[in-house]
Write a protein that binds this ligand. Structure first.
Ligand code: AMP
Length: 288
């Protein structure tokens, strides 16, 4: 496994692989790797000759300095996990390598980037768009792997790939969960024992909402139930609980969905911001 910190060195190495007509998969991460990340890695190593994993805690996508400074890191453990899972190249640039000057280009995803995460984390998606397009241009992979866990990010990246004609196939990997349903996240490391139990209720609320929709309850009833639940649980500070149409990516407030929808939640548990979602396709075969 090769480890590069400089863009020029990485490009040189990738050029030689490309000359040999080897396929390249990219898995962008912010490190502190867990089994969810490793599912992405394994999908890539199964489908490509060369897998590049980037580890970069991208400062421009953090709107909260406290969240950035407390983001967990474990480089040597990460490198062991990547090596054990067949990664060929790790790219771990410094901030100055990625942003030798403050980026002036702004990526604006329009209305789909203004709801949910975009509403509660202003500028977040601009930062995501910048770093992902930089990584796409640096690595020029055949395929890039993203988790359903960050559903809105995934939707926007797919749009960006289309709109900007990146010649890259986006592969989606389902959310990996703990046995109690809690979505794996690097941020879970900052939860204490109580926080872990409380956080797992986010998934239970999503599942309850899904069950209600599948049993013909209306979206108002689902939102009301979630509202009552979050208000009565002091350990969870809800940011949003939304039902979105997966085709239009618009928030639905009422009625019964006749299309595939996603239930999306963001909440603070003990000062740790967590997000989760499930897809409900109304035919009873929804994901996880
Ligand atoms: P992050 O390091 O949090 O930026 O995540 C890097 C990639 O891993 C993103 O595409 C995430 O959606 C994905 N990811 C994070 N957590 C999970 C999970 N529990 N299951 C599957 N993919 C995940």
């Amino acid at each position: 496994m090769e480890v590069f910190k400089e863009i020029a060195e990485l490009r040189k190495s990738l050029k030689s692989y490309r000359l040999q007509q080897l396929s390249v998969g990219l898995v962008p991460t912010m490190g502190y790797l867990h089994e969810g990340h490793l599912d992405l890695i394994r999908s890539s190593t199964n489908q490509n000759d060369i897998t590049v994993c980037s580890i970069f805690v991208n400062p421009v996508q953090f709107n909260n300095p406290q969240d950035l400074s407390s983001y967990p890191q474990s480089i040597s453990e990460d490198l062991d996990k990547l090596n054990d899972n067949g990664v060929s190249i790790v790219f771990m640039p410094s901030i100055s390598e990625m942003y030798s000057q403050r980026a002036e280009t702004v990526i604006n995803f329009g209305k789909k980037g203004e709801i949910m995460e975009g509403k509660f984390r202003p500028d977040h998606f601009n930062g995501v768009g910048l770093v992902v397009s930089k990584l796409f241009n640096i690595v020029q992979p055949d395929k890039a792997y993203f988790g359903q866990k960050d559903l809105q990010q995934l939707v926007l990246i797919k749009l960006m790939v289309k709109d900007l004609s990146f010649d890259i196939k986006i592969e989606v990997v389902p959310t990996k969960r703990e046995s109690d349903g809690l979505a794996m996240s690097s941020r879970n490391a900052r939860l204490n024992a109580d926080g872990l139990i409380i956080a797992s209720m986010m998934y239970k609320t999503l599942k309850k909402g899904e069950e209600m929709l599948l049993n013909n309850f209306s979206i108002e009833e689902v939102l009301y139930k979630a509202d009552v639940f979050f208000k009565s649980n002091k350990g969870i500070n809800l940011e949003y609980f939304n039902v979105v149409d997966l085709n239009t990516f618009k928030i639905l407030d009422s009625g019964q969905p006749d299309d595939t929808v996603a239930l999306c939640v963001a909440a603070n548990v003990g000062g740790v911001r967590l997000i989760d979602n499930i897809i409900c396709d109304n035919t009873g075969s929804g994901e996880n």
